[in-house]
Design a protein around this ligand. Structure first.
Ligand code: B3K
Ligand code: ZN
Length: 878
């Protein structure tokens, strides 16, 4: 087998043929489904006058018949290879008919048509449709679809596809059929079907212009009681998109289906969204607050794609962030509007700075718009999604909401029904605003996290504050030299006497108390005049750009900002920076074998937080949460997992010992018997209470252990139960944890989503037996390597969240992950190429661990690899 070859953006050419209509018929059978296709094709003038051969993608298809305009082709009229089929000569306009047979039951990659339990379902993005039939499987070929599904009336009473059902009927031998028509031209990646024994929950939505839309959520019968929240979220999202972006739904029917085996969270197929059951099903007894919020966000995200993705789609897969970055930005704003906006921003940024920064610093770093790939399935990344969303957020901030909205309106109006590029999107924003966004476009082309070094001083005599900003983006693979970016830096100057934001005057212009500086050069100086008192600068407010900003803050400065900054996000960030300074000292102490001493300023800062009556409990809970081990690791030149774990534990225990009474009071004050609701106010109380409990449990305070035990046994809701069970399991009190785990495992043996949590709780414990537990649990009847949720819950959680045990010095953690990758490379390459991530970050560790990790990567490289794993491993070992 030759090495897989990259595809390059600069090689893009329009398709030689367009499909105007696609007619599909599926005769469903688990191991031999017959797919008959009839495509109306015509030469594409955009490609030129020449009569080119017809190239179709197709993988793993057994061809039974091929005909043009009713005339079967002779074997010498076409060539079939591993990845497709070429018809040498075709007319200018013609109908192509094919019949192929595929094997859904053998499809463990979960791309194309596959089985999930007893259901049939599809996943076509990015290139799954070619595993269903021969087709120009690229997003710039858009056609209307008519789909007929034939199934067994008893086994598959429900037959769904995108669009509207137009015909149904009985057939001989207990078979039946349904025909669906989708009037909106769509690319093949948005095709979907589902067949099986499903039940539905139905609701209605009337659009702003009066269209009556039927909303359906299809699930297996036992999950009928778990759809309320998803349905409510869907309706809120539909209304929000009308009110915020002026976007209405465009079919009479919108369906969501929950499936248990799914590679991602969900998929925005036109009219028929297919969801990982974990991203749609909720119940107070089985799902945590975080899961409720995740469901709300994903339901909204997929719905929003109906415009940003489906009506206007991507010309090619290099433009993936055109739909994903914009849609993530839209779902973030929706969640911010629906819940607590400051907390949403803190959560998003906290995750972003941990995980996307790490991606940018690793061997798979790539720009928001990559210029080449081997396997597009590897590019559904934090950079494309989350950094893409940050770039759109910067545009919104640069233009202001009103102008941004006009740009969005123009984009949707001008490109409706088309497959377009990132230039088209940014071009609309430039056009409506009159701004020159050419330098801004570098955000799409340049990989890596820009770093800003900021310095400032106050000139008492002149009443001036001088600020210098210097930017630099470190080299990333394939991109040694970087150009300066256009970086919006939002800031305020907080007066040290008044504790208030001071008025900002720059070059004689009054800017209010909160302004945006435009950093475009490598280095720029800003002189603020009429500054009446010495300030502490509050920089990069709201995380106004996805960069690392360094400023030589002293601990007093940070404690001051934590208490006084008017920007909620920066108050939180000041607390994180303060904790980081203390953690850095403790990490050094641990490494040098010096006695650790708790920084009293951190204790005092926390005491102040705990003593103030906070009106925003959710923000307080975030402020009380220490930076995660993963985030701390990101800040270290060489990651020492043991020192980080020890330092963080030490700070947590130090705070718990010093503030025991305060944490106890918070815990007690936020207990509640109110019936569970996933509402911001309740969620805030629970998270505050549970943060307090986790501090108290870090010192295994007897009262706290008793409270955790009671909280578990009360079984009020999954948020509380899971927190209590996690704290017990991660403590040294095996006598309490083991019976609790056993009871929980037995109680929920029937519920795969709860069992996922049961796996994660156990394999993330810091005790030394964690790795043995992983191995043991991999044999559990509820575990399967074929199910991506199980792989994530057990293997992903261990390798990603249990840092001390995954990085064991005997290399057993690495070996276990490599074994799983090798197995998954055969079963499900997309998941294999994701789960391998922690091993690819070897360069961040000490030499011993580097050698062990590289050794495992080499072992993987010795296998016959899928293009997915091949691409990642080659980059990791380059
Ligand atoms: N667009 C899908 C991605 C699925 C791709 C998997 N290979 C999910 C989403 O972003 O909404
Ligand atoms: Zn998406």
């Amino acid at each position: 087998m030759s090495d897989p070859q990259p595809t390059y953006l600069h090689d893009y050419q329009p398709p030689a043929y367009r499909v105007t209509h696609t007619e599909l018929k599926f005769d469903l059978a688990p191991s031999a489904t017959k797919v008959s296709a009839r495509l109306q094709l015509e030469r594409n003038p955009a490609r030129g006058e020449e009569a080119l051969p017809l190239e179709l993608d197709g993988e793993g298809l057994r061809l039974e018949r091929i005909a043009i305009d009713g005339q079967a082709l002779n074997p010498d009229e076409y060539t079939q290879g591993d990845t497709g089929l070429t018809v040498h000569r075709v007319p200018e306009r013609f109908a192509l008919e094919t019949e192929v047979v595929i094997d859904p039951a053998a499809n463990t990659a979960l791309e194309g048509l596959y089985r999930s339990g007893s259901m049939f379902c599809t996943q076509c993005e990015a290139e799954g449709f070619r595993r269903i039939t021969f087709y120009p499987d690229r997003p710039d070929v858009m056609a209307t679809f008519t789909t007929t599904l034939i199934g067994d009336a008893e086994r598959e009473p429900v037959l769904l596809a995108g669009g509207n059902p137009v015909e149904r009927g009985e057939l001989p031998n207990g078979r039946h059929f349904v025909t669906w028509e989708d009037p909106h031209p769509k690319p093949s990646y948005l095709f979907a079907l589902v067949a099986g024994d499903l039940e539905k929950v139905e609701d209605r939505f009337t659009t702003a212009s009066g269209r009556e839309v039927t909303l359906q959520i299809w699930v297996e019968e036992e999950n009928l009681g778990k759809t309320d929240h998803a349905m409510a979220s869907l309706k809120r999202a539909m209304r929000w998109d009308e009110e915020t972006y002026g976007r209405e739904y465009d079919l009479d029917l919108f369906m969501i289906v929950a499936v248990n085996d799914f590679n991602m969270g969900a998929m925005e197929n036109k009219g028929l969204n297919i969801f990982n059951s974990a991203a749609v099903l909720t119940h107070p007894q089985t799902a945590t607050d975080a899961a409720f919020q995740r469901v709300e966000g994903i339901v909204a995200h997929e719905y929003f794609h109906n415009w940003s993705g489906n009506r206007v789609t991507c010309r090619d897969w290099f433009q993936l962030s055109l739909k994903e970055g914009f849609t993530v930005f839209r779902d973030q704003c929706f969640s911010a509007d629906t819940n607590s906006a400051p907390v949403k921003r803190i959560e998003d940024v906290s995750f972003f700075r941990t995980a996307q920064f790490a991606e940018d610093a690793g061997p798979t770093a790539h720009p928001v718009r990559p210029d080449h790939y081997i396997e597009i399935g590897n590019f559904y990344t934090l950079t494309i999604y989350e950094k893409g969303a940050e770039v759109v957020r910067m545009l919104r901030n640069l233009l202001g909401w009103e102008t941004f909205r006009r740009g969005s309106d123009l984009y949707f109006a001008r490109f409706d029904g088309q497959a377009v590029t990132i230039e088209d999107f940014v071009g609309c924003m430039a056009e409506v605003s009159g701004q020159d966004l050419s330098q801004f476009m570098r955000w799409y082309a340049q990989a890596g996290t820009p770093e800003i070094d900021a310095n400032g001083h106050y000139d008492y005599a002149k009443g001036e504050y001088h600020l210098t900003l210097r930017q630099r983006t470190p080299a990333t693979p394939d991109q040694p030299d970087k150009q300066p970016l256009h970086i919006p830096v939002r800031l305020g100057l907080v007066g040290t006497k008044s504790g208030r934001d001071l008025p900002l005057t720059l070059d004689g212009e009054a800017l209010g108390t909160d302004a945006v500086l435009h950093l475009r050069e490598e280095e720029q100086h800003f002189v603020f005049t009429d500054v009446a008192e010495a300030p502490v600068p509050s920089l990069l407010r709201g995380f106004s750009a996805p960069v690392k900003l360094r400023f030589p803050y002293g601990r007093e400065d940070l404690a001051f900002l934590l208490a006084n900054d008017s920007d909620g996000f920066n108050r939180w960030d000041a607390g994180q920076r303060l904790a980081m300074l203390a953690l850095d000292d403790l990490i050094a102490a641990h490494r040098n074998g010096v006695e650790k001493v708790m920084d009293s300023r951190v204790i005092e800062a926390f005491r102040t937080l705990l003593s103030e009556e906070s009106d925003d409990k959710a923000v307080l809970a975030e402020m009380l949460t220490l930076p995660s081990e993963a985030y701390i690791a990101e800040q270290q030149p060489v990651v020492d997992v043991d020192a980080i774990h020890a330092a963080r534990t030490f700070v947590k225990q130090g705070l718990a010992l010093a503030l025991r009474e305060e944490f106890l009071a918070i815990y007690e004050a936020n207990l509640s018997d109110a019936p569970y609701a996933p509402e911001p106010e309740q969620i805030a109380r629970r998270s505050l209470k549970n943060v307090a409990l986790s501090y108290l449990m870090s010192i295994e305070d007897e009262g706290a252990i008793e409270r955790a035990r009671r909280q578990f046994e009360a079984g009020h809701n999954m948020t509380d139960v899971r927190t209590a069970l996690t704290l017990l399991t991660h403590s040294s009190r095996g006598d309490l944890a083991e019976p609790a785990l056993k009871a929980f495992g037995e109680q929920w043996a029937h519920d795969p989503l709860v069992m996922d949590q049961w796996f994660t709780i156990q394999v993330t414990r810091p005790q030394e037996d964690a790795l043995e537990r992983v191995k043991f649990l991999m044999q559990h009847p509820a575990f399967s390597l074929k199910n991506p949720n199980k792989v994530r819950a057990l293997i992903g959680a261990f390798a990603g969240q249990n840092r001390v045990n995954f990085h064991r010095l005997d290399g057993e953690g690495y070996k276990l992950l490599a074994d799983v990758v090798i197995e998954l490379n055969r079963l499900n390459p997309e998941i294999a190429a994701r789960i391998i991530t922690p091993l690819t970050r070897w360069a961040r560790f000490d030499e011993t661990r580097q050698a062990l990790m590289k050794g495992e990567l080499e072992r993987i490289r010795g296998e016959a690899l899928s293009p997915n794993v091949y691409e990642v491993v080659e980059k990791a070992l380059a």
